[in-house]
Structure formats: C-alpha cells, structure tokens
Design a binder for this molecule. Structure first.
Ligand code: MCN
Ligand code: MO
Length: 729
C-alpha cells in the first residue's frame, strides 16, 4: 500500500536538477516581449496617451492603448485604463518590442495626460461614501446580511459583552515566481503558456474575451512556482499579452518584475470586523454581531470572500444568535482576491479572538470556555447553513489542550525568569474542496506503465505524487510505473484546476474511479486472452486472475498484447483500450478541522519569536503524511508572516509604500520555526477515498494561535494583524 506512506515527491527531480521550465525559461523564434506602462496615480481622469515618440524607439513594434472589453467584476476599463484610472499600477499602455528592456525604455517616452481625482484609500472612509473611488458609482459595491436568531436582543441580555475592531490587513500572495505568460499566435489559433493554477479557467476567460479574434485557444501550464490562490483567474496582463500576439502574429511574452507583481497581483485578506459578542456567566455564548467591511480595491471581484468569512464565522461553536452585515467597499487600490485560505482565515481569526477575549472577560480558562461552547455532535448544520459533515471536535481539542497545558507551564517558567512568554491555542474549522468536480484519465501504455492525466493543476503541493500513490494501489503496480501529468487544455477535455484545497480529494478520487474502470477493461480484455468468462475473473495485485483455473495475466502483459495486436488484424471483440476517464464531484464542500498551539516569547525590542509550535488536523484519510505536513509547515510560515510582518501599506494618496520585498516583511528561514504536526483520521468525507483537503488549513489556524501567545506574553490585548514590533515592546 502506498496510500498513507510518506512517499517521496516524484515532482522534485527536475527541479533540483535545474530542469524546471517556468514561463520565463520558454522561448520561441521571433518572440517579442511586452512591457506594461502603469499608472503612477491612484485616481485620475485619463485624458490622452501619446505614444508617438515611443513608437519611434528602435526595436519597438507595436504599442497598445485603450484596449478594453466588458468583463464582469473587473475594474471599469479592463484590462487597460481608457478614461478613468482607478489605482496606482493599473495598466495604461503595453509596449511590444524586441526585448523587455527596449520595451521598458520606450515606455518612458509615452506621455500620459491626466487630471487627478480625489482618492479614497481607507475602507472605513469609503463606507461613508463621501469621496467616490469610482466616478458616479456608490462606494458600497456589495451589501448583504447573514442572520440567525436575534443577535441584537441577545447581546443586550448578556452578562458580559465585548466590543472590538479587528483589522486583518491586506497582504501580498508572494509566490516565489512572479506572474508571467507567453502567447503564441499561429495559423489563426493561440497557444498560451502561463504561470497559472487553472489552464482551463484561463482558456475559458481568454476565449470569452478574444474568441472572436482567434480560432481556438490552448493553454499550457508551465511549471508554476507557487500561486497561493492568486493565479486562479487570468489578469489584465494575460489578456493584453494574448491580444498582442494576435495583432502582431508573433509570440509575445510578459514576465512581471517583483515590484510589478506586488502592485498588480490581486491582494488578499483586507477585512475589518466591528464585532460585539456576548456571553452568560456560565460561559455560554449568547450572540455575535459583526459589521464586516471588505476592502475590495478597484473591483468587486472579491465579494465571495466576505460571504465565506461571514458564514464560517460561527466555526466550531454553538452560536445561537448571529448577525453579520457585509459591506464590500471600493477603494483606489489594487483589486482584492483570494489568498490561501480565502475568507476562512479572516473568520477564524475573528471567532478565535472572540473566544479568548470573552473567556478573559469571564475569567474562565480559554480552553474550558471553548469546550462549553463547542459543537459536540456531528453532522451539524451551523446557524448560517453550513453543514459540518463529520468529525470529533472535542477529541481533537483535548489532544491539543494537552500540548497547550505543557506550553503554558513552560511560559510560566520563563515568566518567572523575567522573560515575556505566552502560550496560545486556536481551534479551527475549514471549508474546502470547492468547485464542482474534477476529471482524471488513467491510461496503461504499451509498456505497462501507467499515465494519469488529471484536471487539477498542481504547482508545488505534490498532488502528482499523492495521486500516483492512489492509482498505484488501485492497479497494484509499483509507484515508479505511474506518471501523473496535468496542465494542458488540449489533452484534458474539461477540468477546473488547483485551488480551494480540492486536488487530492476531487482529482484523486476521479483518478481512483478511472483506475477502477481500467481494471474492468483489463478484465474484459483478459477474458479473451485467458479464454474465460469475464464474470469468473478477478483483478488483484496488478493482474487478472481466474481463481478456478489459477491462470492469470498481468496488466503489463495485457497492455503489451493489446499493442502488439494493433499492427495486425483486428482480433478482439473488445476495444483494444486500457484507458478510462472519470469525473468526481461531491454534493457539498468538506469541513476538516484542526488546532494550533504556540509558545512565544517577546524580547525587549518587541521582536517576537516562537519557541515551540504544534498543529493537529483531522482531514479524513491522509494520503501522504509528508506532503500534508509540508502543506502545514508552509501554511504556518505564511500565517506567522501575516500575523507579525506582512502588510500592504498605502499612503493616503494611494501610493503603495510596501512596493518591494525591501519594505514588505516576508518571513525568511530566519523568522520561521519548526512545527510538530499530528493528524487523526476520524472525520472522513463521503468520497470513495474518504479524504478532505489540507492545502490551506495552516494559514487559517496559525494567526489566532500566535496572536494569543503574543498577547499573553506582553499582557496587552491584540485585535489586529499584523502586530508590529512597536506594539509588542
Ligand atoms: N494531501 C494528503 N492527504 C489529504 C489531503 C491532501 O496527503 N487527505 C496532500 C496532497 O497530496 C497534496 C497536498 O496535501 O499534495 C494538498 O492537497 P489538497 O488539500 O487537496 O490541496 P490542493 O492540492 O488542491 O492545493 C491547493 C492549496 C491551496 S488552495 C493553496 S492557496 C495553496 C496550497 O494548496 N497554494 C500553494 N498549498 C500550496 N503549496 C505550494 N507549494 N504552493 C502553493 O501555491
Ligand atoms: Mo487557494
């Protein structure tokens, strides 16, 4: 059995030997490069873009301005500003030249005539609707109320009430590889090589915008150096580059610089929660009221993130009365979209802060307080309609509590020595396996090796290895004989991609079902070779056996016989095919859960440090504990960054102050720490292989655990992230 083993990643050889091919490693004869001239101001009337001087610059072939089409939920003037500039960094013109340096130099000669307009940067200012972020448009682009019970009156009837503003800053989804794309126009069709999480979404959106200008569009995912949710949907630059190759009839490449990526890749998080929460003296929560302000930036693409945050807010607890008012507001900033966790880190930060602060107010131990309110019997439908299908929250909490008590003791010892130390625990419920379904094909080739083509589009997670484990087990063949490939719309009919912690469960189960179909086909072909009745045959350990006669034929022999026969006469009644495709989807999302526990110290300068860290998850069946643990480790590092370092800061005019990695605080190996991870397998999904996702869990569990630990260390309430060193000293 490979499932459940820490199988080594099949993906790594090419990367560690430098053979990876990212978009910028690809080239074609005649390729030109594209440079995007971006707005320096955050809000302005765009009057004229004069390209005449730039066009004369040697090496320039074309300059595109004013290219727009209607695209839902994207900024007005998408993908390029035409009459109104809405944020600094918005594309204004694209210069296509013999290389990126010539293109960038020529862009400096473009004269942009504009008239500045007042900006609104602070989402709470935007809510007042005084200064308009977009001319002639209400700043509140999205408004919705989620409500159950009667939160207003239940709050009034509480013994204790807390009232807080919680700010979850905007962050940059800092993938190692900035975005990039190369588009090739040939004989009326387009081939697009992209750094993406979903070649199929890219194809669909490019076709909807440019379909009238080309025959077909094929999208190939190049090796993608991380994405963290930010490369799911195509961006302005993808459309512009594709368009540029259509009009020049040549390959065109665009690669973002790091600072360009920071201004143009849609930011994550950006939520403010004004909460009121009440409880009774016995420690039961009465109600939560939350005004949720979503800082959408210049487009309304992110509204679903507020919906997720609102509906997941009750998390693991019985909250009888809840009301969340969502306000999605426009600001003159880069649009907002998903970043690893997408709405759940915000919800869990808020609810877990509420749990700690209410417990403090009641002078009850925070774990004890959680237990009094915990959902103890699953399945459970939360008051806002989310169905938690399986699991045992209490057992997992008790395991984590064990570690927490030890960390608390150690913190106490450190405090006695005069060191500022604290322990924190968070309990989280996650929602994943988004998107309706995923596809996979399993094909046994003539040499007996197995090729699995999945519709998911992994970009670092290792799903290729885990899915090889699943298929190897099902077919009873060595894992080295199974190759998993993905990422090309021409070889995968319909698919979605990798996001919402779905690939293992949806594509993995699709692969499992396809492998089962292949086994059926193998039996039917074997029946001919063994001159048996199909009903008599069994598939075990990579071969088809007739238990009555003891005769058998291996999968490899079947595949070889099938291929050998292809050159000769058609001898079989069966199609000579050892190949099947399957689709897998579930009726509902899955809801794994977990807990994080942190032991932190803060030195006199305010520098925080984690001394010990523990995480535990229940994601149903764990396919590869090493890969899952890797996901947790990476997610903890990002959650730590988000809690203590990372913030996209704008000045009041809408200039991005943290526009390079010199200003934006990303945790490096120096700021990260070791993580002990455990899992329990109780809360299974109802998939044939009963797994749930782990790709985002740790970014959800980390911030409230580390913030509690830091809060205890400094003895001062912390309600917003990131917490800065000056607040910690
Ligand atoms: N896994 C497992 N057992 C399970 C579930 C998962 O062994 N029951 C393993 C899988 O084999 C896979 C990994 O854990 O290698 C993650 O699987 P899954 O939870 O299905 O998530 P996805 O593969 O769909 O990955 C998406 C998820 C998301 S949404 C973001 S954002 C994110 C994340 O993955 N972005 C990442 N992790 C990332 N890791 C890297 N290196 N780069 C990114 O951009
Ligand atoms: Mo994601």
């Amino acid at each position: 059995m490979y499932v459940g083993q820490r199988s080594k990643r099949k993906e790594d050889l090419k990367f560690i030997t430098g053979e990876g091919k990212y978009v910028d490693d690809l080239s074609l004869p005649g390729v030109q490069e594209l440079f995007i001239l971006r707005s320096n101001v955050a809000h302005a009337k765009l009057k004229k873009v004069d390209i005449s001087d730039a066009l004369k610059y040697p090496g320039v072939s074309v300059i595109i301005t004013g290219f727009t089409f209607k695209f839902e939920n994207r900024p007005n003037n998408f993908p390029m500003a035409k009459d109104e500039i809405l944020y600094a960094g918005q594309p204004i013109a694209a210069v296509i030249a013999k290389d990126r340096y010539v293109a960038a130099d020529a862009a400096e000669l473009i004269q942009v005539d504009y008239e500045e307009l007042p900006t609104v940067i602070d989402p709470e200012e935007s809510l007042k609707n005084e200064v308009k972020a977009i001319e002639g448009k209400d700043n509140v682009g999205y408004k919705k109320t989620y409500s159950a019970g009667d939160a207003e009156s239940a709050i009034k009837n509480s013994d204790v009430i807390i009232e807080e503003k919680m700010n979850i800053s905007r962050v940059y989804p800092a993938a190692m590889e900035p975005r990039g794309v190369m588009s090739v126009f040939q004989e009326g069709n387009l081939t697009v090589y992209a750094s993406t999480q979903s070649p199929h979404y890219m194809r669909k959106f490019l076709l909807s915008a440019l379909g009238n200008k080309v025959g077909d569009i094929r999208v190939i995912q190049a090796d993608t150096g991380g994405a963290f949710g930010s490369k799911l949907f195509p961006y302005a630059e993808d459309f512009i580059t594709a368009y540029a190759s259509i009009i020049t009839k040549r390959p065109v490449k665009w690669i973002a610089t790091r600072s360009e990526d920071m201004r143009s890749t849609y930011h994550g998080r950006g939520q403010i929660h004004h909460i009121k929460a009440g409880a009774r003296k016995d420690g039961s929560i009465t109600a939560i009221l939350d005004d949720l302000i979503l800082d959408m930036g210049a487009a309304s693409h992110s509204t679903y993130l507020a919906d997720i945050a609102a509906t997941m807010l009750p998390a693991a607890y019985k909250i009888p009365n809840i009301k969340v008012n969502v306000y999605g507001v426009y600001t003159n900033k880069t649009p907002l979209d998903q970043y690893r966790g997408a709405g759940r880190p915000e919800a869990i930060f808020v609810i877990e802060r509420i749990m700690d602060l209410l417990a403090d107010e009641l002078k009850i131990d925070p774990i004890e307080f959680r237990k009094r309110n915990l959902v103890t019997s699953l399945p459970y439908k939360n008051p806002l309609g989310i169905n938690f299908e399986s699991g045992d929250f209490m057992s997992l909490l008790q395991k984590a509590e064990h570690v927490y008590r030890e960390f608390e003791r150690r913190a106490e010892e450190l405090r006695l020595k005069g060191i500022r130390a604290g322990a924190g625990l968070s309990f989280y419920v996650e929602e994943n396996n988004f998107g309706p379904w995923e596809s996979a094909s399993v094909r046994v080739r003539g040499d007996g090796k197995v090729l699995v083509v999945i519709g998911a589009a992994p970009h670092g997670q290792g799903a290729g290895t885990a899915i090889a484990q699943i298929v190897a087990d099902e077919l009873g063949v060595p894992i080295d004989d199974v190759d998993v490939i993905w990422g090309d719309t021409a070889i995968i009919g319909e698919a979605f991609g990798t996001y919402g912690s779905r690939s293992l469960t949806l594509a993995g189960n699709a692969a499992l079902l396809a492998a089962r179909k292949v086994k059926e086909r193998a039996k039917r072909l074997a029946a001919q070779f063994l001159k048996s009745d199909v009903q008599e045959l069994e598939y075990t350990d990579g071969r088809v056996v007739n238990p009555k006669t003891g005769q058998y034929i291996t999968l490899k022999d079947i595949s070889q016989k099938v291929t050998a026969n292809l050159g000769g006469a058609w001898a079989y009644k069966e199609e000579p095919r050892l190949e099947s495709t399957a689709y897998f989807g579930m009726d509902d999302l899955t809801h794994p859960y977990g807990a994080h526990v942190a032991l932190a110290v803060v030195d006199e300068s305010g520098k925080p440090k984690i001394l010990d860290y523990y995480a535990i998850d229940d994601i149903g069946r764990v396919i590869n504990p090493m890969l899952a643990e890797g996901q947790v480790r990476g997610g903890v590092a990002q959650g730590w960054g988000e809690s203590t370092l990372e913030e996209m800061v704008y000045d009041e005019n809408g200039n991005l102050i943290t526009g390079s990695l010199a200003e934006y605080g990303m945790p490096t190996s120096m700021e990260t720490f070791n993580v002990k991870w455990e899992f329990m397998e109780v809360g299974f999904s109802n998939a044939p292989l009963p797994s749930k996702g782990i790709g985002e869990g740790a970014t959800i569990g980390t911030p409230p655990a580390v913030i509690r630990a830091l809060e205890k260390a400094i003895g001062k309430k912390i309600t917003s992230i990131p917490v800065r060193m000056e607040e910690l000293c």
